[in-house]
Design a protein around this ligand. Structure first.
Ligand code: G1P
Length: 290
């Protein structure tokens, strides 16, 4: 059971990042020198995924264009003999096979995933949320795919968060498994009200899901915020099959949030091969008040 496909929902309005996202999809906001979405696509490519399925909506076609071949730009760069830049752009369009499906109504994350059911078919698949960037030695998706090879069941990526932030996430309860960084899920709740769970294990936007999730999403009733919640469908799936929570190794940034976005730019900037050193010097000067 190889995981070949990654569903990346990109239909969201990006209201947390207005006014920047008024006419630009939040997925195209730049972290150092690449749009956020490119990091996610590169992560799944580096992890061995063979096809990306974007769940898009009206006003998001610039995302597909970013991964397409741009004949006009290529011709201009060739004429100007900008070979390296031309190759870099063509590498983006050759990264991976991309398919798009359209979510026609904003009915929630669960509904967005369900929209991809025909393209995914009857096989396990990955879901990556475009807001969540993970900086790590081994790509987060690869860490999860390695675990999937062992357990062959659904996996959600988690990290521990402060108790006063649990209401912002899907929260998982479960028992420690014998494998490192792994828990067997017993219960999960989307955006719990304070005091309703003792767990601090928050779902981060990486999932490996069994295809049975689609039948559950088809019939599930709206949950938190009146939306079809993926977390509710996952809870229903735990009643039928085992599910694991995996504490990935790496630093996660919520790039859909203003502070998370700034932090991501600094972290990725500091690690950038040609910009990192200079940025560090500059930051030191700024902190020193020069
Ligand atoms: C979504 C999921 C939530 C998860 C979060 C991670 O929420 O519904 O379970 O914890 O992503 O980023 P959203 O941030 O879209 O409200």
């Amino acid at each position: 059971m190889k995981v070949r496909k990654a569903v990346i929902p990109v239909a969201g309005l990006g209201t947390r990042f207005l006014p920047a996202t008024k006419s630009i999809p939040k997925e195209l906001l730049t972290i150092v020198d690449r749009p956020t979405i490119q990091y996610i696509v590169e992560e799944v490519v580096a992890s061995g995924i063979e096809q990306v399925i974007f769940v898009t909506s009206e006003g998001k076609s610039a995302i597909e264009n970013h991964f397409d071949y741009n004949f006009h730009l290529d011709a201009v760069l060739k004429e100007k003999k900008k070979v390296v830049l031309g190759e870099e752009l063509n590498n983006i369009s050759n990264l991976i096979d991309i398919v798009s499906v359209r979510q026609k109504k904003p009915l929630g994350l669960g509904h967005a995933i369900w929209t991809a059911r025909h393209v995914v078919g009857n096989e396990p698949f990955m879901v990556c949320l475009g807001d969540d960037l993970v900086l790590s030695k081994i790509p987060c998706a690869k860490q999860m795919l390695d675990l999937f090879e062992e357990v062959g069941e659904s996996i959600v990526a988690i990290q521990h968060v402060p108790q006063n932030e649990t209401f912002q996430y899907g929260i998982v309860e479960g028992e420690k498994d014998t494998r490192d960084h792994t828990f067997k899920v017993s219960r999960m709740v989307e955006k719990p009200s304070p005091g309703t769970t003792d767990s601090d294990m928050a779902i981060i936007g990486r999932y490996i899901l069994m295809p049975e999730i689609f039948a559950i999403l088809e019939t599930i009733t709206p949950g938190h915020g009146g939306e079809i919640q993926l977390t509710d469908a996952l809870l229903a799936l735990t009643k039928k099959r085992a599910m694991y929570a995996y504490e990935f190794q790496g630093i996660r940034f919520d790039a859909g949030d203003k502070m998370g976005y700034l932090k991501a730019n600094i972290a990725y900037g500091l690690r950038h091969p040609s910009l990192g050193k200079q940025l560090l010097e500059h930051l030191k000067e700024v902190v020193a008040g020069k």
